[in-house]
Write a protein that binds this ligand. Structure first.
Ligand code: ADP
Ligand code: ZN
Length: 729
């Protein structure tokens, strides 16, 4: 890599591109020379592509045929720290180098010269005649307050051709403008006073401050409402005072309005935001400003980890246990683990914050690899809610109803005090299954091994695997009998019907990601509920994360057993975390909270641990069980997913892989499978899984590389490697 400080014109340089070539290619440095890490444009066959000067050329290419770098782009070179991180990440996750480079550069328009692109925003004149297509364009524009869209982006979001947008420009309903210059963010002032901290909080903040500018990982554990955010904002302040940049990763970016307001209250200005809801123009600006130092703090989703920070001093991973940190498609990686890796190269602090840490982090803290800071109490008067089971075996409940009489009573009492109640059910849609009462057929997806979920709000059946939708039929697609299709089981929409029936005067709000057209609409709905705009909130797991509803005092969990049914090794851990998080929503202000869990197995160890509140005992037991089984974090695992249009070749390949497993056996690893994946077909592609188990210290990646070396796959077949798998679907 970059041992050289500068490449003179004509020197051999290796340039890595995001093209699937696998390794950097040699070029000649352009006139004027270039720095290592420089972003450049190079000829590749007949095309020009963007790449990064990765280091000195390998020299294994005929000098006479070498081509020259076409131009050096007007952005700061990639820093050695980011280069090293990408290399190491590629090595660890077994994603190709171009694959990881793509994560760090996938911003359309990133390298365009100024003025090369136009942006489109709402114009002054509403059109006289509105077609449905035009209406969709205007809807997207008015949904988004900000910087305007690129043409292709807008057309795609609205589902129209670019001509429709151009037509609206002619009518004055849409305005076409030059892409604005990328301006720095307003300055964040770390010297503004923070809140007066409690003793616990102050001690934790001081411990983080004392660890200063070097690499180190801290697990910050505290119940919801204990002030973890206040504490890590102090670490951010300290980082900014040192003149370094801070990154805060959040799992559910839709829920950050409140968070951004808190940052603004603390530092006097808003941080940069990085998530899928931001427009491409906004993302381009943030990427460039982060590189130039024109943005001190970024709040973002997992992919913000690949931004080209000029001097990254702190990474906070909030709700570090959250499974959305694991990217399951394309480059498969866990952003929490990669945050630790990046920080080690950047010389940055990592703060992992959670009320219910992942077992991995808990074990790392036990082993002394991570420092652990605990915030014991909730801030101020608020206390953790009381938690009680409702034994569903003893409740008398009508068919097609899910709210037990005990829970109905508790909701009524809450409403009569003028407080809010929340009913939690982690199932989107109206009903998870639609069955034909004549023949017993269950409507499934045509492309996946999954049942179609009825969404009454959308008036369609939806596949939660691939997103395919179809109208709700009136006749059974199997036996053709009319009027016999019936919903089975509850989703949040169906629960809303039951709430309306039981509590006819209460105002009910359903919070489910699919019910809102945009992240902004969801944010607004949440703000409205927090301000008292609803009496009963029905929610999926999006309500479990980081939002304050000060008037909420009762949480009813409709089916606490739901998550325990999976075959996943983390099923118990996930249920424990989710239930604790959801329960933690109740009683955050001055009023005490109550959480009621409807369960058919109140004596199940996980349910008992949730109710008993002895978390350390729970983790110790779970850790012991995993250790006995030799599974993560006490052993290593890798998943191999073979996918393709036909199932037979996948098993043939799987069996061929079994035959050649000597390199795995050499490190003592065991190979299981091939077996159909639990979801055996997605988007028309069959899926077959294999699983590798090894001891903790085993050199797994090297062995997998040796095992797969020279393995030829048919074109239609893909082989994906999932190091440290989280889910086994
Ligand atoms: P967590 O991140 O652990 O869920 P928060 O930092 O969000 O906790 O704190 C919960 C609530 O208590 C927030 O509204 C926060 O502003 C408030 N709070 C926490 N600590 C303090 C403090 N020291 N002074 C004033 N308010 C505080
Ligand atoms: Zn499907």
């Amino acid at each position: 890599m970059s041992e050289v400080g500068f490449f003179e014109a004509g020197a051999r340089v290796a340039v890595l591109t995001a093209e699937p070539i696998g390794r950097p290619l040699d070029y000649l440095a352009p006139e004027g020379g270039c720095f290592p890490g420089a972003f450049v444009e190079v000829p590749l066959g007949p095309r020009r592509v963007v790449g990064v000067v990765w280091g000195p050329g390998a020299g294994d290419f005929d000098a006479a045929k070498l081509r020259s770098v076409a131009r050096v782009l007007d952005v700061p070179p990639m820093r050695a720290e980011l280069q090293q991180f990408l290399l190491r990440m590629s090595d660890y996750t077994m994603t190709s180098l171009p694959g990881v480079l793509r994560l760090a550069t996938r911003v359309p328009g990133l390298f365009d010269p100024p003025g090369a692109r136009k942006i489109y925003r709402l114009g002054g004149t509403p059109p006289a005649k509105l077609t449905e297509a035009r209406e969709r364009v205007l809807e997207v524009l008015s949904d988004h307050g900000g910087a305007g869209f690129y043409l292709s982006e807008l057309a795609q979001l609205a589902g129209v051709t670019p001509q429709v947008v151009k037509g609206l420009v002619k009518l004055g309903a849409v305005e076409e403008a030059e892409q604005p210059r990328d301006l720095p963010w307003p300055h964040l002032d770390p010297t503004l006073p923070g809140k007066a901290l409690s003793e616990d909080q102050a001690a934790a903040a001081e411990a983080l401050r004392a660890s200063g500018g070097d690499f180190g990982v801290t697990l910050l554990k505290g119940v919801t409402g204990s002030g973890k955010t206040e504490v890590y904002l102090e670490a951010v302040a300290d980082c900014l005072r040192r003149g370094r940049q801070a990154l805060v990763l959040l799992p559910e970016i839709a829920l950050t309005t409140e968070f951004l307001a808190r940052v603004e209250a603390r530092f006097g200005a808003r941080p940069g935001e990085w998530h899928s809801g931001a427009t491409q123009g906004e993302r381009r600006r943030l990427w460039r400003m982060v590189a130039e130092g024109g943005c001190q703090m970024v709040v973002g989703a997992r992919s913000a980890l690949f931004l080209p920070f000029r001097d990254l001093g702190l990474i906070v991973v909030d709700e570090e246990h959250d499974s959305s940190y694991k990217q399951e498609e394309g480059a498969i990686y866990n952003a929490r683990d990669m945050a630790v890796l990046r920080a080690s190269f950047a010389g940055a602090q990592v703060v992992l914050a959670s009320a219910t840490p992942s077992l991995e982090s808990w074990v790392n803290a036990e082993a002394g690899k991570y420092r652990r800071l605990d915030l014991a109490a909730r801030f101020g008067a608020s206390e953790l809610p009381e938690m009680r089971p409702i034994d569903m075996r003893a409740e008398r409940i009508e068919s097609a109803h899910w709210i037990s009489p005990s829970l109905v009573g508790a909701v009524q009492a809450t409403l009569s005090r003028g407080e809010q109640a929340m009913l939690f059910l982690n199932r989107r849609g109206y009903a998870p299954v639609t069955i034909c009462r004549a023949c017993g057929y269950q409507i499934g997806c045509d492309h996946c091994d999954a049942r179609m979920v009825e969404h009454r709000f959308l008036k369609r059946l939806v596949c939660h695997q691939c997103g395919e939708t179809k109208p709700i039929p009136t006749a059974c697609p199997h036996c053709g009998v009319e009027g016999k299709l019936a919903p089975v089981g509850p989703g949040v929409e169906r629960l809303a019907d039951e709430v309306a029936e039981r509590f006819p005067t209460a105002r009910c709000a359903v919070l489910s990601s699919d019910l809102f057209g945009s992240a902004r609409a969801l944010k607004e709905a949440i703000a409205d509920i927090a301000a008292g705009g609803a009496d009963i909130i029905i929610g999926t797991q999006i309500v479990a994360k980081g939002h304050n509803f000060p008037r909420l005092t009762l949480v009813g969990v409709i089916d606490a057993d739901l998550g325990l049914q999976g075959s996943d090794l983390r099923a118990a851990e996930k249920t424990f975390q989710l239930m604790r998080q959801v329960a933690g929503r109740a009683g955050r202000a001055e009023r005490p909270g109550l959480a009621l869990l409807q369960t058919c197995q109140p004596e199940h160890p996980v349910i008992r641990a949730i109710l008993g509140g002895d978390e350390e005992a729970y983790w110790r037991a779970e850790a012991a069980a995993r250790q006995a089984a030799g599974v993560p974090p006490y052993g290593r695992m890798a998943g191999i997913i073979l996918s393709g249009p036909e199932v037979a070749p996948l098993f043939e390949i799987g069996n061929a892989l079994l035959q050649r497993q000597a390199p795995l056996a050499r490190i003592g690893a065991q190979l299981f499978g091939p077996a159909p994946a639990p979801i055996a077909r997605v988007r028309g592609r069959h899926r077959v899984r294999m699983l590798i188990k090894a001891e903790k210290g085993a050199p797994l990646q090297g062995a997998i590389r040796a095992w797969l070396r020279g393995m030829k796959l048919p074109n239609a077949v893909r082989l994906a490697i999932d190091i440290d798998p989280q889910s086994f679907l």
